[in-house]
Design a protein around this ligand. Structure first.
Ligand code: PLP
Length: 468
């Protein structure tokens, strides 16, 4: 039995179960600010330090195993030690990782990527999603001769300068700011924000007004077909196609950022939308760093080194053999069967999470598409990042407690609510996970009654009161 104060019990359980992670965090803090090197992976009091991955499970420094329901924030899809991927990397590493000239692996990976995403007639490689979106936008700017880009409020495209304009934050409710005012992160020059126009997701009217105002200066609109970091929000029917039509009507390009949604097939293939440029990363690298951008051959011709005034796109490890070898092995195991399996898992997960919320009398919803899901507390699923911010406001501790309690139950997730699976994950694992989710929600009901009574149904609140 746990104590009547679930928040305290959950924290104490975490501290008691993770002394080796605590020690690692202390040691790490001597070299890394705060003890971590990815802002996304840190959480209080300290994150689990992970030592092993095996199949769909990971092990922490204390030797506890967790079923991986996060897949490195959607960057993995084939588990942690897939024999074919391990063999491909092992074979390649003995032959060199980056020989310093073109390799067959580059066109062999590109041929597979074109088959997966036919709108990518020509492709260039880089090492991350950040680089991929940076280069896609530069391609659009070089082609159109225009500087402005239109991006989504809460649209996440990585950590370069314009990517950190309105990447997470929407206007605070009481600030009086329009949610469409570009908000550069600390350290990003105001001049960068001046080249970015920001529009809310799933709102084609505001996009149309924006294009009417500045469309003749816009190089491209860049958009995630499912708003990932912004809350796992699917784009509404026709929204992405309408954005593309708007851009084209003003002589601008449509860039689809499919870094996360490649796990959907990618998204553009299942929805029949053909962008001018696409960015990929994550799954296409088979567990190693790899980014790619590409699209119409005439646009990508700006990189042809033998052409007139080519764009200078260099990178010491761009298109390196190791990432491409892993990526080729991954793409060879990422066909319709695997994508359909991820879809099935995602749908089962969202149904199960909704059922868990209903069964415990907690107001919450699963959202997402295919193998990319999110759980939000609150009444109404969000349609844009401002709605996500409203649903999260004042509930950081609640989400943190749910996350720690899920760890205790043996499931690796993320505090913000993202859930992604591997193609090796079994449907039964999803059912076990959603059952554990229900148990954790149930355990949190006294906390909810005290701190967030609006999140309990009346019947649920009554049973909490009766139990006191
Ligand atoms: C849609 C999208 N674009 C770009 C990126 C940036 O990728 P990276 O972290 O590899 O730089 C991410 C990463 O989460 C992403 O989800």
């Amino acid at each position: 039995m746990r104590s009547a104060d679930p928040a305290r019990a959950i924290r104490e359980t975490y501290l008691a179960a993770t002394p080796a992670s605590a020690a690692a965090a202390r040691r790490a803090a001597g070299s890394l600010p705060g003890g971590d090197t990815r802002t996304m992976t840190w959480y209080a009091p300290y994150p689990l330090f992970l030592t092993h991955g095996e199949g769909t499970r990971v092990r922490d420094a204390d030797g506890r195993w967790y079923e991986d329901m996060l897949a490195n924030y959607g960057a993995l899809a084939h588990g942690h030690d897939h024999p074919a991927l391990v063999a491909a990397v092992t074979r390649q590493i003995s032959r060199g990782t980056a020989p310093g000239g073109p390799t067959a692996a580059q066109y062999e990976h590109a041929e597979r990527l074109r088959a997966l995403t036919p709108s990518m007639e020509r492709i260039r490689y880089c090492n991350s999603g950040t680089e991929a979106t940076m280069w896609a936008v530069r391609t659009a700017r070089a082609h159109t001769g225009r500087d402005l880009i239109v991006k989504i409020d809460g649209g996440y495209h990585g950590t370069h300068e314009w990517g950190q304009v309105s990447a997470f934050f929407t206007a605070p409710e009481d600030s009086g700011d329009a949610p469409t005012r570009p908000r550069p992160a600390r350290g990003v020059p105001a001049a960068t924000a001046a080249d970015v126009a920001v529009v809310p997701y799933n709102d084609i009217r505001t996009a149309a007004t924006t294009f009417d105002r500045i469309g003749d200066r816009v190089a491209a609109v860049i958009v995630e077909p499912v708003l990932g970091v912004g809350g796992g929000i699917p784009s509404g029917p026709g929204y992405i196609a309408a954005l593309g039509a708007l851009a084209h009507a003003h002589g601008a390009l449509l860039i689809l950022d499919e870094c996360a949604t490649v796990r959907l097939g990618p998204w553009q293939r299942r929805h029949g939308v053909v962008p001018d440029l696409t960015t990929h990363s994550k799954v296409i690298g088979g567990g190693l760093p790899l980014g790619a951008f590409g699209g119409r051959a005439d646009l990508m011709a700006v990189f042809d080194p033998a052409g007139p005034d080519p764009l200078y796109h260099a990178s010491a490890f761009g298109g390196n053999s190791l990432s491409l070898a892993a990526g080729i092995a991954a793409l060879d195991r990422f066909g319709q069967r695997e994508i359909a399996h991820l879809d099935l898992l995602g749908e089962r997960l969202r149904r199960g999470l909704d059922a868990a919320a209903r069964a415990t009398g907690v107001h919450g919803h699963a959202v997402g598409e295919g193998g990319l899901s999110y759980f939000h507390f609150g009444d109404t699923p969000p349609r844009d990042a401002a709605a996500t911010a409203r649903l999260r406001r004042g509930r950081a501790e609640l989400r943190a407690l749910l996350h720690l309690d899920l760890l205790h139950a043996g499931y690796l997730t993320a505090p913000h609510g993202l859930l992604c699976q591997h193609v090796l994950t079994e449907p039964a694992t999803i059912d076990d996970f959603t059952a554990a989710y229900a148990t954790c929600l149930d355990r949190l009901r006294p906390y909810l009654a005290d701190h967030h009574p609006e999140l309990l149904t009346r019947a649920s609140a009554d049973t909490v009161r009766a139990a006191i």
